[in-house]
Design a protein around this ligand. Structure first.
Ligand code: HEC
Length: 113
């Protein structure tokens, strides 16, 4: 018990420190890299997920063009709910909120006008 207790306090402290220092999600380079990894793992079977290249599935828009149609933030709700209008093949697993932010942070880095 005496060993577990200080450990627990340390963890709580770290949790509180994180909560206090990041009121909103501010993406760092590791988040952007994680977002790229998520896109590669979960979306790249159909979509082009990098700054160049064609989508493996021609009907799937390359991710670098998504912001032409609507703000990338709109993806947040769609991913959280696992719903994409007109997107029947979309893998519908629900996303962790932090992963959604990472994906969007990555997408922002590859948009072309
Ligand atoms: C099995 C193939 C497939 C996979 C995997 C896939 N998509 Fe798609 N996606 C499509 C197709 C096809 C379209 C075009 C649908 C249409 O225009 O009707 C599309 C369209 C989209 C659109 C545009 C929707 C719109 O309303 O303009 C977004 C955003 C999108 N996909 C995000 C994703 C994300 C994020 C992932 C990974 C989690 C993903 N997709 C995985 C096939 C796929």
């Amino acid at each position: 018990m005496t060993r577990i207790f200080p450990n627990l306090v340390a963890r709580l402290y770290i949790l509180l420190a994180c909560a206090a220092s990041s009121p909103a999600f501010a993406a760092g380079s590791s988040d952007i890299a994680a977002g790229h990894a998520l896109a590669s793992a979960r979306c790249a079977a159909c979509h082009a997920v990098d700054k160049q290249g064609d989508s493996p599935l021609a009907a799937a828009p390359p991710f670098r063009t998504l912001a032409r149609n609507y703000p990338l933030e709109n993806l947040e709700e769609a991913l959280a709910e696992g719903i994409f209008a007109g997107h029947p093949d979309m893998p519908a697993d629900p996303w962790e909120p932090a992963d959604i932010q990472r994906l969007i942070a990555y997408l922002k880095t590859i948009q072309t006008p």
